[in-house]
Design a protein. Structure first.
Length: 182
C-alpha cells in the first residue's frame, strides 16, 4: 500500500514536470525569476548562454533553424523590449546547445535591464533578465538607454531600471517556471 502510494505520487510529480517543460525552444542560461533583474553579467567576460529543445521541432518552428539570430535587448519595459545588438547566430536544431557571448563594456553599469532574445518564427524567446556590470567601469549617470527608441512610453534612461519592475511574460515566464523543476 505504501509502495503504491509512493509510485502514484512519483507518477503525479513526473506528470507535473513534463507539463511544465515547454514543447519549444527556451533558454537554460541566463534565467531569472519573473521580475528579478538582480543578476549581473560581467562586461568583457566570455559568457556561455544555453538553450534546450530544438527550434525545428515541437510547437515553434524556425524558418531558418541553422542561423537563428540571438539578440541583446533592453528589457527595462517588458511591454516595449528594444533591440540593442545582435550577439550571434546559432544552430538550434539540436536537443540542446550553447554558444558564447562577451557582454560589451559600453553598457556596463548603465542601470539598464537586459535580456537575450531569439525570434522563432512569430515567437519571441527571452532569457532571464540581467544587468551588465564591470568592476572597472564607473557607474554611469543617466544617459541614453540603448534599444529604447519609443520615447513616448519609455521612462528616462538610467532611472528606468529602478522604477519599473519588468516582468517578461510568455516564453520567458514559462522558461523560468520550467527551470525550477530541472
Ligand atoms: C569564448 O570561449 C569559447 C570556449 O573556450 C571559445 O570557443 C570562444 O572563442 C570564446 N569567445 C571569445 C570571444 O573569446
Amino acid at each position: 500500500m505504501l509502495a503504491k502510494t509512493i509510485i502514484a505520487a512519483t507518477l503525479a510529480l513526473a506528470a507535473t514536470v513534463s507539463a511544465q517543460t515547454p514543447n519549444h525552444i527556451y533558454f537554460t542560461y541566463p534565467i531569472s525569476k519573473a521580475g528579478d533583474s538582480s543578476q549581473i553579467m560581467e562586461a568583457g567576460k566570455n559568457i556561455t548562454f544555453s538553450w534546450s529543445t530544438p527550434c525545428n521541432a515541437g510547437e515553434w518552428i524556425s524558418p531558418n533553424p541553422t542561423a537563428v539570430s540571438v539578440q541583446l535587448v533592453n528589457a527595462n519595459n517588458a511591454e516595449a523590449v528594444g533591440f540593442v545588438s545582435e550577439v550571434t547566430k546559432i544552430d538550434c536544431t539540436g536537443n540542446s546547445g550553447n554558444n558564447y557571448w562577451v557582454p560589451p563594456a559600453e553598457y556596463a553599469n548603465d542601470g539598464n535591464v537586459y535580456s537575450l532574445r531569439m525570434q522563432i518564427g512569430a515567437h519571441d524567446v527571452y532569457s532571464g533578465n540581467f544587468k551588465i556590470g564591470s568592476k572597472n567601469a564607473p557607474v554611469k549617470p543617466s544617459g541614453s538607454a540603448p534599444g529604447t527608441s519609443t520615447p513616448s512610453n519609455t521612462p528616462a534612461a538610467g532611472n528606468a531600471g529602478n522604477i519599473l519592475t519588468p516582468v517578461l511574460s510568455g516564453a520567458a515566464a514559462i522558461a523560468a517556471g520550467a527551470l525550477m523543476f530541472l
